[in-house]
Structures are given as structure tokens and as C-alpha cells.
Design a protein around this ligand. Structure first.
Ligand SMILES: Cc1cc2nc3c(=O)[nH]c(=O)nc-3n(C[C@H](O)[C@H](O)[C@H](O)COP(=O)(O)OP(=O)(O)OC[C@H]3O[C@@H](n4cnc5c(N)ncnc54)[C@H](O)[C@@H]3O)c2cc1C
Length: 596
């Protein structure tokens, strides 16, 4: 049976020593969340995830969700009680708007809790996760009446939320969507169409379900310019929020899928369901992007979370499993064999995962702090700069953390040999669960295209130039520090590779867009590696200074060893990525489709 311990200490180190959390103390919501409070919040969150959510992970996977003849869905045993514990603890509304009952705390803290809950039980965490995304979209684009009606009940967890984009014939290319919205004399709309793959679309956790649905108003333009966003509750509510008549939206079936069995993935049939427009007509995709951006960061965190829980269990197994003797001579003479953690290849695997996890956690928090600044700073220029960075990093985090998160779950499974393939050990569930994060919220190939096609050139390249400036400033600041040399030199090399790749696109992709498409995934990973390397530079600096004060401290010594491994063994992949990018599209585009 796998176990999980929330990385509270590592998170506090990152916030306190690496990312200068206290510098943000003057932002709204941060005043009430000093480091002592943060520690108390994270410890409580960790406890809930370890004690309530993690024990339901395997049983939830085995049991799955059940759809009944009337379209209702039952979640696995224990989920209702766990959801109640989660919502009564105020976790759903941690960073939500206080005007509607939220606690208004930094969104960064909600991201930390998301990591813990996704690692403990990814399928469960999607129910509150989607609700939080719907809350964010309604908070930003809903009318005053919609906010007053929906937000307090969703923040309380009495109602859950969903996101309805995908249709049978379109997922990536939403311009093709067919779901119709017909205006009614009372200002509402009748929504008709079929949505597929809707996470948490039907469940028994809440009194009502608030569906956010993309649809095309009768006569609206074709393509993405004719898409609007609607709120469609499962039960139509009166002005006081009392659920009344059943609306015309029903779960037609639930998917039988590879992983996240405990999350209901539903076909949702809209048959003249009553809905109300959210925001402006034909601007629905923009409004839905609030939810999608929040969800993309959430999905990136799922990649990290599966990598972390898989690592923790692989380490425990590697310390315990006795096979063979160390190449350098016996390490456990009193035992029939040495534990496999003595073998260099096992260590290579474990350190590859660990060095990713710690940097990825830092990068999530660094980006989440930018998100808080972009929403909360009083200074417009600061808000814009932070928003630029959020926009740039969102596809990088989503694509890189989920690709590597899955690879790491597989690598951790490998540590168990044949036992990793056997369900009882739980490792194959981490692999199955991690896989979906590479696909939903925009498949990772699409994230790479978003980065190369949109984010790089946005506002004349302002965001990417700001990123290079920040990394360049760090390298300069630490160039003369001998202790930092093992971090500065490789980061400089990797950053040069990224700049060369960026230049290559500027020179070769404008006139020939296939060159951008052919190199986009490599570029996204190259970018991610540099960003992770930058985080290792920051962590090394913090830990070197902590070791000056307290030589021999194990936490900081381990940090430096892990960071050096990343710099020596993982970061050099940037040169391979650059080489691939510079070969362009010609070879891959030369082969006619029928020859594949
Ligand atoms: C378990 C699960 C839960 C989900 N939850 C939700 C949910 O809650 N709400 C919701 O609305 N949807 C949800 N989805 C749908 C999910 O977001 C889509 O499946 C995903 O966006 C991909 O769309 P698609 O399946 O139609 O693939 P397609 O769009 O058909 O893409 C197929 C492949 O082609 C590639 N591709 C497509 N276009 C391009 C291009 N222009 N350039 C390069 N490559 C391209 C893609 O990267 C992909 O690899 C869920 C899906 C699953 C499986």
C-alpha cells in the first residue's frame, strides 16, 4: 500500500528562503498570511491529505464511479465524507473572494494545497479543483447577480462546478463547436448539444452542479468568434438560491478510462437546458480562458504531484529491497544482499526524479506568486509584468511538468521491478493517473504551439525578454561566487541554448511556420529546463548561505547534492533540444501522408 507525506518543510523553505515570500507582505491577502500562519495552514492541509485523502486513493481507483439509470452518479465510498471534511475545513475557498465567503488568502497557498491533495488523491482533488476554476471564471466575468447567487454556495462546497468545452468532433479546435444557445424572451437561453469528457460532470458530492458551457448563439459567426459562455445549473435555482426544477442536462454515460477512475468523466446531454450568458456574447472563449489558465496551472501541479508521491514510494522501496551487492563492495554484510539504493543506476533514477520535483515545486511557487502579484499589486506596471510572466510560464509548466511527471512516475515504477507492474503496490496507478495530465487542458503539443506561436511574440517579445533579463541578472550577480560556480556555468550554457533557439525561430519560422511547429515541443522542454535550472540556482544560493551559518545541516546539504546532480545530468539536455530545433521541418514534412 503506497504512502504519502506532504512536503511541508520543503515548501516552507522555498517560500521563506528561496522566493522571499515576506517581500509580498504588502499585497492584499498576504498581510493575514505571515510565515507562521502559512506554516500552520500547510501543516493542516498536509494532515488532511495524508490522513483523509490518501487512504481513499486506491479504493477509489478500484471502485470507480457508478452511473445509474436516471443519469445520477455515485462516487466511491468515503468520497462524500472526504469532500465534506475538505469543504468544512475551508480549503475550497482558501484564496476565493472574501466578498462571497472566501478567505482571500494568496492563490500561491491554494496551489500548494493543490499539490498535496493531487499527490494524495488526484481523482478526488479534481472535484474541488474544477469548482475552484469555475469560481474564478464567474468571479471575473459573471454579473453581480450571478456572483451573488453562485459564488457563496460554490465556495462553501454546497455546489460543485464543471467546465464544458469538448464535443465529440472537437477538442483542440473549439471553433468547430456545435452546441446551440437559443435566446428566450426572459433573457435566458435554451442550450442544446452534446459535451463529452466532462470531468466531475455528474456526482453525488453536492446539492447542485454549476456547469460552465461554451455554446454558439443562434446566428452567431462561425469559428471561435461566435462562441459564448453560459452558466447552466443542474437544478434551476430561485433568487434565494433554493434548488428547484431539474434542468435539461443529464449525464448520458461515464467513460471507462485508463486512470483517475474515481473522477466521473461524463457525456453531458443538453436538451434545451436553461442557461444564462456569462460576460459578453461571442466573447466566451476569453471568459473561459480564466478557468482554463487556472486549470492549466492546476494540471501542471498534478504532474509534479504524481512525480512526488511516486518518488516517495520508490525511495522507501529502494531502501528496503535487497538485491545484489554494491559494485564498490558489500554495504550490508549482515544481510543476504545489499538494498538496491546502493546501485548507481538506482540512484541515477531516484535523483533524476527528485531533482525535478524540487525545482518544479519552486517553479510552480515562483509562477503562482507572479499570479498573485498580477491580481493584487496596486501598481499597474508591476501587475502587467507579472501577468506577462504568468502567460509565458503557463504553457511551459503545463507541458513540461506533466510530460516529466509521467516519465518520472514510470521511472519510479521501474524501481519496483516486476512488483511495480502489480496493482497492489500502487505504482501502476500513479502511472495511469499521471497520463491524463499530458492530454487534457490542451494536449501538450498544443501547449508548445501556444508558447512558440503566441507567447513568444506577444507584445513584441516583452515577456521572454523579461525572463532572459531575470536569468541574466542572476548569472551576473553570482558570477564571482566560487561556491555557485557548479550552478552558474551550466545555467549560463543552458540559457545561451535557449537564446539561440529563440533567435533561430525569429530567423527561420516567420516565413516558414512549419519550422516553428516542428521545433515547438523541443523548445517548450528547453525553456522548462532553463527555468528549472534557474530555480536550482536560486535554491543553491539559499542553501549555501544556510550552510555557512550551520555547516553540516542535512536538509541544505541534500539540496546542494540534488541540485548538482540536476546541473550535471539533466540540464545538458538543452543542447540536444537546440540541435533538434535547428534541423527545422524539411525532413518531417517531406514524407507524403500516405507513406506513413
Ligand atoms: C479524462 C478526461 C477528462 C477531461 N475533462 C474535460 C473537462 O472537464 N472539460 C472539457 O471540456 N474537456 C475535458 N477533456 C477533454 C480534453 O481536454 C481533450 O480531450 C483535449 O483537449 C484534446 O482534444 P481531443 O481529444 O479532441 O483531441 P484532438 O483535438 O482531436 O487532438 C488529437 C491530437 O492532435 C494534436 N493536434 C490537434 N491540433 C493540432 C495542431 N493544430 N497542431 C499540432 N497538433 C495538433 C493534439 O495535440 C492531439 O495530440 C477531458 C478528457 C479526458 C480524457
Amino acid at each position: 500500500m503506497p504512502t504519502y507525506r506532504a512536503p511541508v518543510e520543503d515548501t516552507l523553505y522555498l517560500l521563506r528562503d528561496v522566493l522571499g515570500y515576506e517581500r509580498f507582505g504588502n499585497l492584499p491577502g498576504f498581510e493575514d498570511a505571515g510565515l507562521d500562519t502559512v506554516e500552520a495552514i500547510l501543516s493542516e492541509a498536509g494532515k488532511l491529505c495524508e490522513e483523509v485523502l490518501a487512504p481513499l486513493n486506491r479504493s477509489g481507483d478500484q471502485e470507480g464511479c457508478v452511473r445509474h439509470a436516471d443519469g445520477s452518479v455515485t462516487t466511491p465510498k468515503g468520497f462524500k465524507e472526504a469532500f465534506r471534511a475538505f469543504t468544512e475545513g475551508g480549503w475550497l475557498g482558501l484564496s476565493a473572494n472574501p466578498e462571497y465567503g472566501g478567505q482571500g488568502l494568496p492563490h500561491t497557498l491554494a496551489c500548494v494545497c493543490n499539490e498535496f491533495s493531487s499527490a494524495a488523491n488526484m481523482a478526488f482533488s479534481m472535484y474541488p479543483g474544477l469548482t475552484a476554476g469555475a469560481i474564478a471564471a464567474l468571479n471575473e466575468h459573471g454579473s453581480a447577480e450571478q456572483k451573488a447567487l453562485y459564488l457563496p454556495r460554490m465556495i462553501e462546497g454546497r455546489w460543485t462546478g464543471t467546465m464544458n468545452l469538448t464535443e465529440p468532433h472537437c477538442g483542440t479546435d473549439l471553433g468547430l463547436l456545435k452546441t446551440k444557445a437559443s435566446p428566450q424572451p426572459d433573457g435566458s437561453y435554451r442550450i442544446t448539444g452534446t459535451k463529452i469528457f466532462i470531468s466531475a460532470g455528474e456526482n453525488d458530492l453536492a446539492e447542485n452542479i454549476v456547469h460552465l458551457v461554451l455554446a454558439r448563439i443562434d446566428g452567431a459567426p462561425e469559428g471561435v468568434k461566435g462562441i459564448s459562455l453560459f452558466v447552466v445549473p443542474k437544478f434551476i435555482v430561485d433568487a434565494d438560491g433554493n434548488p428547484g426544477a431539474r434542468n435539461g442536462v443529464v449525464c448520458g454515460s461515464i467513460e471507462h478510462k485508463m486512470g483517475i477512475h474515481a473522477n466521473s468523466t461524463c457525456v453531458m446531454n443538453y436538451d434545451g437546458a436553461t442557461g444564462w450568458l456569462v460576460g459578453e456574447a461571442n466573447k466566451g472563449l476569453k471568459a473561459m480562458f480564466v478557468m482554463m489558465n487556472e486549470a492549466r496551472l492546476g494540471v501542471a501541479i498534478q504532474g509534479l504531484a504524481q512525480s512526488e508521491v511516486a518518488y516517495q514510494n520508490a525511495v522507501a522501496y529502494a531502501r528496503d529491497r535487497l538485491q545484489g551487492r554494491a559494485l564498490s563492495g558489500t554495504k550490508a554484510p549482515d544481510k543476504p544482499a545489499d538494498p538496491i539504493i546502493v546501485h548507481p543506476d538506482v540512484r541515477r533514477t531516484l535523483l533524476t526524479i527528485r531533482s525535478f520535483n524540487e525545482a518544479a515545486r519552486a517553479l510552480v511557487l515562483w509562477t503562482a506568486l507572479q499570479g498573485d502579484v498580477s491580481h493584487r499589486s496596486a501598481d499597474e506596471k508591476t501587475r502587467i509584468a507579472a501577468d506577462d510572466m504568468m502567460g509565458l510560464m503557463t504553457p511551459v509548466l503545463k507541458g513540461v511538468l506533466t510530460d516529466r511527471g509521467f516519465d518520472n512516475a514510470v521511472a519510479a515504477q521501474q524501481m519496483f521491478g516486476g512488483h511495480g507492474y502489480i496493482a497492489e503496490w500502487g505504482m501502476e496507478q500513479f502511472v495511469r493517473d499521471a497520463r491524463i495530465a499530458m492530454i487534457y487542458e490542451g494536449a501538450n503539443g498544443i501547449q508548445a504551439l501556444d508558447l512558440v506561436g503566441r507567447k513568444l511574440s506577444a507584445n513584441g517579445g516583452r515577456a521572454v525578454m523579461a525572463f532572459f533579463k531575470e536569468v541574466g541578472g542572476f548569472l551576473k550577480e553570482n558570477a564571482a561566487d566560487a561556491g555557485m560556480a557548479p550552478f552558474v556555468a551550466p545555467l549560463k550554457q543552458a540559457s545561451d541554448d535557449l537564446q539561440k533557439a529563440t533567435m533561430w525561430f525569429m530567423t527561420n519560422a516567420m516565413a516558414k511556420p512549419d519550422n516553428a511547429g516542428a521545433g515547438s515541443t523541443d523548445y517548450m522542454h528547453l525553456f522548462g529546463l532553463v527555468a528549472l535550472g534557474f530555480m536550482w540556482g536560486k535554491m543553491a544560493k539559499a542553501s549555501l548561505s544556510a550552510l555557512d551559518a550551520n555547516p553540516g545541516d542535512h536538509f541544505h546539504s541534500a539540496k546542494l547534492m540534488t541540485g548538482r546532480f540536476f546541473m550535471e545530468r539533466v540540464l545538458p539536455e538543452t543542447s540536444l533540444r537546440l540541435t533538434r530545433i535547428a534541423t527545422g521541418a524539411d525532413t518531417m514534412m517531406a514524407m507524403p501522408a500516405e507513406m506513413f
